[in-house]
Structure formats: C-alpha cells, structure tokens
Design a protein around this ligand. Structure first.
Ligand code: DSN
Length: 417
C-alpha cells in the first residue's frame, strides 16, 4: 500500500516529524477499537495536504464573497452531488467543520432560543451535543432527554408520551454509543402528530446507511447530520442533509450564521471519500464491519461480558466491564497497555462517573479497514477478556501486546508503509 510522503516535514521540522512517525507506529502496531475512528485512503490524505488549504471561499459554489473560486466551486459541487446521490438527499451542506458544529448549525437553522428539543440521554447512547447540561446549547434550548427501556431498546412509547406532554419543536434521534437499529418511520409519525421537526445524527452509522446496511432516515427526516470520518471513512469533518424546504435556512445557518471560511482541502477529501463510498468494495467493507461486530458480540457474550442494549445491529458494542472486576477506566488502561485502544464509556444510568464509568465502547470499522475478519475478531475478543482479567499483571499485558503487534503486521494501515 503506498505511503504518503513526509520528506518535506522531515527536512524542515524534526519535532513534528518525530510526532508523526510516532503516531504512524502506534496506528500500525496497535489495534484500533474506538468505534468512531477509521483509516482514510492515501488519496484522502493527499487531498487533505493539497493547495486547497490556501484558499478562502466563504459562501457557496457560484455565490462566493472572494474571487478565484473556479476550482473550489468544482470540488465543493462534486462533494455535494455525490453526497446527494449516496443518501437520496434533497440538499446537502458539506461545510460543517465537524459533527458538533454540524449539530449546532442544524439547531440554529430551525430553532429559536427557548424551544424544546427531545433527545436521547448521554448515558443511554446520546451525544453531548444532544442537550447535555455541560454544553452551551443546553442553556439556549430546553432539552428534554429520553432513555432506553430496561431491555436496552429505544423506548418509542415513552418518546410518544413525552412528545405529547412537552410538544417539542424538534425530535432528535441518532446516537454515539447505541448499538441498535432505529425506526425512523415511527419517530416521524410521532413528530407529525405533535407538529415537531425531525433530526437524525447519523455520525456513527452513516457509512452503514450509505451501503444499505442500516435504515436511511434521509428520505424521511427534515434534517440529518453526520461526521464524515467514522464509518464513512472520509476526512475529519461534518455534513448536513435536509429537505428542500430547509435548504436556505441550513446554508445561512452554517455560513454566515455560525462558521467562517470552509476548509476546501477537507471538502476535496470529502468528495474523494464519497467517490469511494459509491464503489462495490465499500459495500463489501460495510457488510464486513457488521459481520465483525456480530462475531465480537457472540464471543464476548460467551466470555461472560454483559452487553448493553442486548448486543449490536451496527458497528459497535457497549460493554459493562464491572462483572470482570474492572472499571471502564481500568479496562481502557489495561487494554492500552496491551496495544488495544478503546474508550471508557458510561452505561445506561451508570452509577459511576464519566471519567471512571462502568463500561467500555468498542467498534469494528478501523480493524475492518485493515482487512481483519471473523477469525481475527475471535482472537481480539479473547485478548480483551485476558487483558481486563490480567489488568494487574504486567507480564500478561506485555505478552498480549506482542501478539497484537505480530497480528497487526499482517494487516497494513492504508497510507502507512
Ligand atoms: N467523539 C465521538 C465519538 O467517539 O463517538 C463523538 O463525538
């Protein structure tokens, strides 16, 4: 696999060069299980380092505030057209710098201060930007938070009851740690009954939706936001899709309402990523992500782990590790020592704190990009169990780290030699 040249950085700035080399080694020798991370193609890395980074282009294709926009217009229009085709969207804005800005710009497009929004509680799989009290938007809007049922599924009846009681202006679905399918038709019906708009944040599962592996809210919902760097396997960035009637409001909200000049190098990379998403290879990749997650579900359950939401329909698993005698923080640390990167995560109604919760979240997108399949998932599940049980035994953690490194050598990371 071709690597992306760093010759200029090496010649000019050794401190930065060493940091990049260190990160390449970490990515190459370790197993990446953070559900929101992935590896982009060498073409996407090149686009990120292209001369588009030099250009200011406030506005939109054909309607910019500065001159010199022939090629920024070309590349942005291409990204928009590809995204519209992939998701069946009426309108797409590819300028949001990431997922949180995309969500805030979507709120600004349709809400007035004080408006009520119904969104999922963070510990049940929601996201900070879905109204967690630590965020500024929670001071601006009246967020009411719903939860999953005791069985760990989205509680549609409760959402219906809360929607009737609170009459929200917006009902929000789409999650960061929830592992099950979402019934968008049912949410739309509830929203229509109470006169609410609908918004889905598909940041985690956009790639699975694009490949037809999960339900697509875009033809049904008013607003759909996503990042482009998770299962979509594009550059770090965001995107808003919406119905035609909200197109102007969304564009005005992103610029000039919220952001300044878009990052056209990033938008060029998004266009390349969308081109990749349209291929048969990508469809196979998305299918394998889910197969791999299912194998890990089965293995980890057999190893005695308690899986939140009863398992997975997508790319991730939220796991309670306390039954293995560890906290989420301890498990994250032990796995790090063993060359396996995960993130500690709250579980529904977690009695512990966000910095030392009861769970970890794992995902298969990055491992699947390296070409790992069912056999490797079985092995990784065993290592997870051994590392957590052996958290106080440096010899066990070192042994797993060496085994992880050995396996990783057989599965190259795109863009790294
Ligand atoms: N930080 C992302 C994640 O890991 O899910 C969401 O913002």
């Amino acid at each position: 696999m071709p690597s992306v040249s760093k010759a200029q950085i090496q010649a000019q700035d050794d401190a930065v060069y060493q940091a990049i080399i260190g990160e390449e080694k970490r990515q190459k020798e370790g197993l990446e299980l953070i559900a929101s991370e992935n590896y982009v193609s060498p073409a996407i890395l090149e686009a990120l380092g292209s001369v588009f980074t030099n250009k200011y282009s406030e506005g939109y294709p054909g309607k910019r505030y500065y001159g010199g926009q022939t090629f920024t217009d070309q590349v942005e229009a291409l990204a928009i057209e590809r995204a519209k085709k992939i998701f069946g969207a009426d309108h797409v804005n590819v300028q949001p710098l990431s997922g949180a800005p995309a969500n805030v710009a979507a709120y600004f497009a349709v809400l007035e201060p004080g408006d009520t929004v119904l969104g999922m509680d963070l510990s049940h799989g929601g996201h900070l930007t879905h109204g967690h009290p630590v965020t500024y938007i929670a001071k601006l809007y009246n967020f009411i938070r719903y939860k999953t049922t005791a069985e760990g599924l989205i509680d549609y009846e409760e959402i219906e009851r809360m929607a009737r009681e609170h009459k929200p202006k917006l009902i929000l679905v789409g999650y960061s740690a929830y592992s099950r399918e979402i019934d968008y038709e049912r949410i739309k019906k509830i929203a229509d009954e109470v006169g609410a708009l609908t918004m889905a944040d598909i940041a985690h599962i956009a790639g699975l939706i694009a490949a037809g592996e999960m339900n697509n809210p875009v033809p049904i919902f008013d607003l759909v936001t996503t990042t482009t760097h998770k299962t979509l396997r594009g550059p770090r960035g965001g995107m808003i899709m919406c119905k035609a009637h909200l197109a102007k409001a969304v564009d005005k909200s992103v610029f000039p309402g919220f952001q300044g000049g878009p990052h056209e190098n990033n938008i060029a990379a998004k266009a390349i990523a969308f081109g990749e998403v349209m291929t048969d290879d990508y469809k196979k990749y998305a299918q394998q992500i889910r197969k791999n997650a299912k194998v890990m579900e089965e293995e980890l359950r057999n190893l005695g782990f308690k899986l939140m939401f009863g398992g997975t329909d997508n790319h991730l698993l939220l796991i309670d590790v306390t039954s293995k005698g560890a906290t989420g923080k301890e498990a994250e640390w032990a796995l790090d020592e063993a060359g396996i990167t995960v993130n500690k995560n709250m579980i529904p109604d977690d009695p512990r704190s966000p910095m030392d919760p009861s769970g970890i979240r794992i995902g298969t997108p990055a491992m699947t990009t390296r070409g790992m399949k069912e056999d490797e998932m079985r092995q990784v599940s065993k290592w997870i169990n051994e590392a957590i049980l052996g958290k106080d035994d440096p010899t066990t953690l070192e042994r797993i780290k060496n085994e992880v490194k050995e396996m990783c050598e057989r599965f190259p990371v795109p863009g790294i030699e």
